[in-house]
Write a protein that binds this ligand. Structure first.
Ligand code: KG4
Ligand code: ZN
Length: 355
């Protein structure tokens, strides 16, 4: 029985380590953000990300053990994200975990980062416990800088992608829009903050695919439309209307996400929905979720520390597999994409349109 693991997540630009137990209790989590290093470039630079992971990772593992008065003796195994993500970033976490696992004679398992996001609602800690009646099956909307997808989470290890974006991810759209209006990086949170004082009705942005009876999303038309509008405005109007532009843009993204989420729940005849990924921090999205709760939905948004990229979700996911006697071998490699067997794909189409 694996009771406690050290978990490592280095798939993008956050170096995160956690100690998690088999019930999903997070004993501790330490994350080193690299935002400051990437800000001058307006986005994540893979080379810089992997270099910073290699500087930060071992000291973080050392710190989390010391902080909790533990040694490797107290740990039964390791979990690490090995897919999908930036190869150079994944290599740092994976190689470190392999070396620890081999030298200490404790098992390790490579975990799919997205599966981690889907299981984040089961995490708990001293400050947070999920509601007792929350369980499978549920619809999950994973929205971050790299992903905007809807999943039918039927049971542990039984996931179906039922909708996804045709082009940009929602977080990416926020980041690009922030750049266009001169707000900087990372953009989502800055647009959100600016939008608080804006009028969401002032500008009209497209809600692509919202009327179509499927679960596909698209944000590139919205991005182009915003670009056309912004380049047509003079500098004074752009400055004066920045909050209105942010609020109007944000409303369009949130409209699409909420619309498709509710549609998915109706198709799968459930009222249990989860929102995870960095965009779930968005205050307007959270406000709209409150409306959904009033309609009888159980909406679970894990605390932000478990919504953005974090090692705890990888720990909980990995420990479930380790306790089913699955473990990775030393020849496991990093993968930029998911494995074919990780997710079923059944992109929903209304029945008469199915081939
Ligand atoms: O999950 P995450 O931390 O990293 C990955 O992309 O995997 O998500 C980061 C994304 C960025 O695109 C960021 O702009 C967006 O989440 N984001 C937000 C907010 N906070 C972060 N988007 C909208 N509103 C926010 N408050
Ligand atoms: Zn992520």
């Amino acid at each position: 029985m694996i009771n406690k693991v050290i978990s490592v997540e280095t798939s993008c630009d956050d170096t995160s380590v956690a100690i998690v137990d088999h019930r999903g209790f997070v004993i501790d989590q330490l994350t080193a953000s690299q935002d400051l290093q990437h800000t001058p470039y307006g986005g994540v630079v893979p080379e810089i990300a992997s270099r910073n992971h290699s500087i930060a990772l071992l000291p973080l593992i050392d710190s989390i053990l010391k902080k909790n008065n533990m040694t490797f003796e107290n740990i039964d195994g390791f979990t690490v994200t090995n897919r999908p993500g930036l190869i150079g970033s994944l290599i740092v976490g994976l190689m470190t975990v392999k070396a620890l696992s081999e030298s200490l004679g404790k098992p390790f398992i490579g975990v799919n980062h997205l599966e981690g996001h889907l299981l984040a609602p089961f995490l708990k800690d001293d400050q947070y416990t999920p509601s007792d009646d929350f369980d499978y099956p549920f619809i999950a909307l994973a929205v971050s800088g790299g992903h905007s997808s809807l999943y039918w989470v039927k049971a542990f290890s039984d996931y179906t992608i039922i909708g996804t974006t045709k082009d940009d991810a929602a977080g990416e759209a926020f980041d690009k829009f922030a750049k266009m209006v001169g707000l900087g990086y990372p953009g989502g949170v800055l647009v959100d903050r600016k939008a608080q004082t804006g009028n969401a009705q002032k500008y009209s942005f497209p809600r692509s695919l919202i009327g179509e009876k499927n679960l596909m999303m698209s944000f590139s038309g919205l991005k182009s439309s915003a670009h056309r509008l912004i380049t047509s405005l003079d500098a004074a109007t752009l400055e004066k209307d920045k909050a209105d532009l942010c609020a109007s843009f944000q409303e369009a993204v949130v409209d699409v996400l909420m619309h498709k989420l509710v549609y998915a729940a109706q198709i799968y005849k459930t009222k249990k929905v989860v929102i995870t990924g960095g965009v779930s921090a968005n205050s307007r999205l959270r406000q709209r979720c409150e409306d959904l709760k009033l309609q009888g939905y159980q909406v679970v948004i894990p605390p932000l520390r478990y919504c953005t990229d974090n090692a705890a979700m990888i720990g909980y996911t990995g420990i479930q597999y380790l306790n089913r006697d699955e473990k990775s071998e030393l020849n496991l490699g990093p993968m930029s994409n998911s494995k074919e067997s990780d997710f079923k794909i059944d992109l929903y189409q209304e029945p008469e349109k199915r081939k």
